[in-house]
Design a protein around this ligand. Structure first.
Ligand SMILES: Nc1ncnc2c1ncn2[C@@H]1O[C@H](COP(=O)(O)OP(=O)(O)O)[C@@H](O)[C@H]1O
Ligand SMILES: [Mg+2]
Length: 295
C-alpha cells in the first residue's frame, strides 16, 4: 500500500438487524484518504455517513469489509490492540450539547482523554498543555474551571475540538461539526479546523449533509446515497463536472440556506433506481481521480 495513504476502506458493510428486517446502512463502500488531506463525505440524512465514521475506529463492529489505518488492518484487532489507534483517531460530533459531560469542568473534559492514554501525568504540565490548547481553539485560560452550560454552542464545539486534539491524533473524523451551530459561527469553526489541521498535520474525514461548506474545506469528496458511494472526485472537479444524477441533485440544492430544509427537499427530489439486491455498483474511473457508480 502506498505510504501516503492514511485510511483505506475496502468494501465496508454495516447492516443493522431489527427483528427480521435488515437495514443496510453501509453497503459496500471503498475509498482512501491520503495523509494530510481532507476527504469530504456528503449525502442526505440517513445515507450512512456517520455509520462509516463510526466503523473506522470500530465504535461499531462492521458486517463485512476492511479498514486499514496507516497500513495496519484494524478490522481484526482486539480492544487492547486497538487502543493506540483510538488515540490516533479522534472524532468530533455534531451536537456539542450532548457530547460534553455537564458535570465536568473544561480542564477535566480536555484532560480526560489524555489520562486515558497516559499523556502528561504531571498535573502542572497537563494543565499547561490544556491551557495552550484552549487558546488554540479561541478560548481563554480563565475558562479552565468553567462548566459546559456556561458556554455557547460554538464555544462548546471548540471545547470538543480541544478535547479531541488533546491526545495528538493523526486523523480526525469531523461528523457534521458545524451543522448544529449558528450560521454566524460556522465559518469561524471551519477556518479554525483548517488552521489546526495545518498546525498539527492532521488528516480529516469531514462529514456533512450539504455541499456548500465541504467544497471549501475538502481536497476530495465522496458522495453517499443509501449506504453506497455514487461518486468520488477532487473537490473542484465534483462541482464543475458532476456526473451522477444524485450528485447533480445535491449540488442544485446549494443555495438553500437552511440545512434542514435542504435535506428535506433533497429527500424527495431524487430517487436512484434500486440496484439489484446484493449487487454493489462498482465505481468506474472516468477521468483521472474521478470515479462514478453505474446508475
Ligand atoms: N445503531 C443503529 N441501530 C440501528 N440503525 C442505525 C443505527 N445507526 C444508524 N442506523 C441507521 O442507519 C442508517 C444510516 O444512518 P447514519 O449513518 O446515521 O446516516 P447519516 O449520518 O448519513 O445521516 C439510517 O437509516 C439509521 O437509522
Ligand atoms: Mg450522521
Amino acid at each position: 500500500m502506498s505510504e501516503n495513504i492514511m485510511v483505506d476502506v475496502r468494501n465496508l458493510k454495516k447492516h443493522f438487524t431489527k427483528g427480521t428486517e435488515v437495514l443496510k446502512a453501509v453497503d459496500g463502500v471503498s475509498f482512501q484518504i491520503r495523509k494530510g488531506e481532507t476527504f469530504g463525505l456528503v449525502g442526505e440524512s440517513g445515507s450512512g455517513k456517520s455509520t462509516v465514521g463510526r466503523c473506522l475506529i470500530r465504535l461499531y463492529d462492521y458486517t463485512d469489509g476492511e479498514v486499514y489505518f496507516d497500513g495496519q488492518n484494524l478490522s481484526k484487532l482486539g480492544d487492547k490492540q486497538l487502543k493506540p489507534f483510538r488515540r490516533r483517531i479522534q472524532t468530533i460530533f455534531q451536537d456539542p450539547y450532548s457530547s460534553l459531560n455537564p458535570s465536568m469542568s473544561v480542564l477535566e473534559l480536555i484532560g480526560e482523554p489524555m489520562d486515558i492514554h497516559g499523556i502528561y501525568k504531571k498535573p502542572d504540565e497537563r494543565k499547561e498543555f490544556v491551557s495552550s490548547l484552549l487558546e488554540k481553539v479561541g478560548l481563554k485560560r480563565e475558562h479552565l474551571y468553567r462548566y459546559p452550560h456556561e458556554f455557547s454552542g460554538g464555544q462548546r464545539q471548540r471545547i470538543s475540538i480541544a478535547r479531541a486534539l488533546s491526545v495528538r491524533p493523526d486523523f480526525v473524523v469531523c461528523d457534521e461539526p458545524i451543522s448544529a451551530l449558528d450560521v454566524s459561527v460556522q465559518a469561524q469553526v471551519v477556518n479554525m479546523l483548517e488552521d489546526l489541521q495545518a498546525e498539527f498535520g492532521l488528516t480529516y474525514l469531514f462529514i456533512a449533509h450539504d455541499l456548500s461548506m465541504v467544497r471549501h474545506i475538502s481536497d476530495r469528496i465522496g458522495v453517499m446515497y443509501r449506504g453506497r458511494l455514487v461518486e468520488v472526485a477532487e473537490s473542484d472537479e465534483l462541482y464543475d463536472n458532476p456526473l451522477h444524477p444524485y450528485t447533480k441533485a445535491l449540488l442544485s440544492s446549494i443555495p438553500i440556506p437552511d440545512p434542514r430544509a435542504a435535506s428535506e427537499r433533497l429527500a424527495v427530489k431524487y430517487e436512484v433506481p434500486t440496484a439489484k439486491d446484493g449487487v454493489v455498483p462498482e465505481l468506474r474511473e472516468v477521468s483521472p481521480g474521478h470515479f462514478v457508480a453505474d446508475i
